[in-house]
Each structure stands twice: as C-alpha cells, then as structure tokens.
Design a protein around this ligand. Structure first.
Ligand SMILES: NC(=O)c1ccc[n+]([C@@H]2O[C@H](COP(=O)([O-])OP(=O)(O)OC[C@H]3O[C@@H](n4cnc5c(N)ncnc54)[C@H](O)[C@@H]3O)[C@@H](O)[C@H]2O)c1
Length: 368
C-alpha cells in the first residue's frame, strides 16, 4: 500500500495509552491519525498525550472516516462486536482487544465478517510477543524439548478489592479473571501445543467489590476473581491453568506473577513475564536453569524496537502494532488473528459451562 498506514484508536483508555500508541509511534510505516471515545474530557487529555489528532465520540464516524486505514478497538468487551462489524463493513483493517466478544458466537461473527470482507484482523494477545514466550515456542516447535507432554500456567495479580468498573458486570465483560487474564494463557498454550480438545473448569468469586476506589457504593461484582482449568490437547498432551487478580503479596509493581512452562519427553522450558529476556531450561536428569533468550528472539523480525531499551515486561507489547502493520503492508494474515481469538474464547466459555454442569466439556469451535 502507498503511504503510511493511517491508524485510528477506538477507546482512549488504559491499554491504548500503555502499549498501542507507543507501538504506533515506533513504527515509521504507521501514523496515528484519529481517536474515538465517548468521554470528551479524556479526548482532551489524549490530545495533550498523543498530539492534535482528529477525535470522535461516536465509533460510526471513525468507521466511516475515509482517511483511516486501520483501527485498534480497545473498548469494554461488550462493544467489540458492534464496533468491529461497523469498521469491517467500511473496509478498515482491525486489531481488537481480547476477549474478542462476550462469547464464542460473537467472536466467530467478527472473524467471519473480517474474512469475508478481506480485511486484516488481529487479536491483541499481547503475551505471544514476549521474547521468552517466542523462544519457548521455538524450542517446542523445533523438537528441542522432545514430545510436548504437559503445559502449566499461573497468573497471579494483587489488585485492590474495590470496584473493577465495567469489568465486574457480566453484560459488559462476560466474565472476570477468566476473560481478562486466563484467556491469554489459553491462547498461548494453543499456540505452543495445538488445539485444546476438552476441559474441566472452575471459577470463584472472593470479593464483593461494592465500593469504588474513591469510596462510593456501587452494584456488587458478578464475575470471577479466580479461574482455573485442566485440559487435554488434541495432541494428547495435558494442561493446567490458574489465574487470579486477588493474590496478596503478588503486586510486584503491577506486573504480578506469571509462570508458564512446557514439559516434554526430553526437557522443560519456562517463561516468566517478570523476566521476559530469559527462559528457564532443563534437560532430563539436569536442573532447571536460567538462560538468556537469544538476540534474534528479543523482538519480532523487522521490528524497529531497540531490544534492550525500556522496561522488559512492558516493551515487547509494542510489537503488536508492528505485526498488524506488517500484515497490512505485506498483504498477509496477521497473527494472532480473530480465528485465534475465537478459538480461545470457545475454551474460556467452556470453563463456565463446565463449572455450571460440574462436568468435563468437549470444545466446540466451528468458525463457519
Ligand atoms: N491485551 C492486553 O494485554 C490488555 C490489557 C488491558 C486491557 N485489555 C483489553 O482492552 C480493552 C479495554 O481495556 P482498558 O483497560 O483500556 O479499559 P478502560 O476502561 O481503561 O478504557 C476503555 C475506554 O473505552 C471507552 N469506550 C467505552 N465505550 C466506547 C465506545 N462505544 N466507543 C469508543 N470508546 C468507548 C471508554 O470511555 C474508555 O475510555 C478491554 O477489552 C480489555 O480486556 C487488554
């Protein structure tokens, strides 16, 4: 495509500011040209933070803006589907935040709309871009660990027990920790190990969250604070996942604790969010030891990001935009696409179904 990829941000909140806008700034092939948010006060603030770009309060206006090539949807979960459908109908390439929709059917609808319109689509599964995750993937796919037999992940955060805003209501968020955090781990496990075939899941709520951070009462939370599953991959491998935002003592400057490992027939490899430029490796009969991620895995190929600059647990997230823009410029599918977002959603939905029924559930993820 001629000229820069002109990007519009829809949802000018936390995650857009944290990594999408810095990602656009780093990529000389891309330009931030517009933003949309119903919060006019926030738009004024973002003009100071991000520069004097066009601003809209209604997503249909940015969807119809002929001078926007691609959008990044970073809004509350219940809005992803209508915003994505409107932008796709108007021919925009779309990156949407996870969870793609409130359930698998919504996510699959987004996938089919983008596929049928022929636009690029991407799910913002951030952790796939961590250097150590990319290196663990290389070790798994190259056979260095032997036959992958087992996957395990834990994601613990120590967040306040006050209101979680839109995130704590089923109609707006779908689910709590499960759709916010564990869904990332479901996605990268499927990227490492292949599709999940069946699962047994559980969720729990630990806190009422009926008071806001500034002391006002609000409707109590309806969603899970802890989610977990055990599962079987189609390959025959096994998996165990667990996450919570209320694990005291795991604050760690907001990064919390994250561990994910693959155990194979020859060896094991582990990733940690808090040390993403190293992995922990062990071979049969040996000891798990820290090993630096090789230089070629520190950024995605071609990324202009200086691999050793910035806070390691933050900066890899900037590569998401590089992947989206590369897919647009090169005329290829972005990875992870909406198809990956939808299949992870199918597994996450099944955790709720499994817990309701107190039974194992086979994953149904027919994208149509
Ligand atoms: N990939 C990641 O690592 C990651 C991290 C954090 C959040 N997220 C996801 O990003 C999304 C946004 O999360 P956040 O933490 O930035 O939330 P946030 O509440 O900070 O920001 C959301 C913004 O969207 C705006 N908004 C609401 N309705 C809108 C609409 N119809 N059109 C345009 N804007 C609208 C709100 O006014 C708000 O400014 C969620 O889906 C969340 O799950 C992903």
């Amino acid at each position: 495509m001629a000229g820069k990829v002109r990007i519009g941000i829809i949802g000018a909140g936390a995650v857009s500011d944290y990594h999408h806008v810095p990602g656009i700034r780093l990529d000389s092939r891309a330009e931030l040209v517009a933003m949309c948010d119903p919060n006019a006060g926030l738009l004024e603030q973002r003009k100071k933070d991000w520069g004097p770009i066009r601003s809209y309060t209604n997503y249909e206006d940015i969807a119809k803006d002929p001078d926007v090539d691609a959008v990044i949807i970073a809004t509350p979960n219940f809005t992803h589907l209508p915003i994505a459908l409107s932008c796709i109908e108007n021919g925009k390439h779309v990156m949407a935040e996870k969870p793609l929709g409130l359930n698998f059917e919504e996510s699959a609808q987004m996938y089919r709309a983008a596929r049928d319109k022929g636009v690029r689509h991407m799910t913002a599964f951030t952790y796939r871009f961590a250097p150590s995750m990319r290196y663990v993937r290389h070790l798994v796919k190259s056979g260095a660990l032997g036959v992958p037999r087992h996957f395990r992940s834990q994601r613990f955060l120590d967040w306040a027990e006050t209101s979680w805003g839109w995130r704590q209501y089923k109609k707006l968020a779908g689910a709590g920790d499960l759709f916010d955090m564990t869904i990332h781990r479901i996605d990268f496990s499927q990227d490492l190990m292949g599709p999940i075939k069946s699962i047994c899941g559980a969720v729990a709520q630990f806190a009422k969250r009926d008071v806001t951070a500034d002391g006002k009462s609000c409707a109590p939370s309806e969603v899970d604070d802890w989610s977990s599953l055990i599962g079987l991959f189609e390959s025959g491998a096994t998996g165990v996942w667990e996450g919570s935002t209320l694990m005291k003592g795991h604050h760690n400057n907001g990064f919390g604790y994250e561990w994910a490992e693959v155990n194979g027939s020859e060896g094991s490899a582990a990733y940690q969010l808090t040390d993403p430029n190293n992995v922990i490796l062990g071979k049969h009969g040996g000891t798990m030891e820290k090993v630096p991620v090789p230089e070629e895995f520190l950024v995605i190929p071609g990324s202009p990001r200086e691999p050793h600059a910035g806070v390691p647990s933050t900066v890899f997230r900037y590569d998401l935009v590089y992947e989206l823009v590369s897919a647009i410029v090169e005329g290829r599918d972005a990875v992870p696409g909406f198809d990956h977002g939808a299949t992870a959603q199918a597994v996450a939905d099944s955790v709720l179904e499994s817990f309701d029924k107190r039974a194992w559930v086979d994953i149904k993820a027919d994208l149509g």
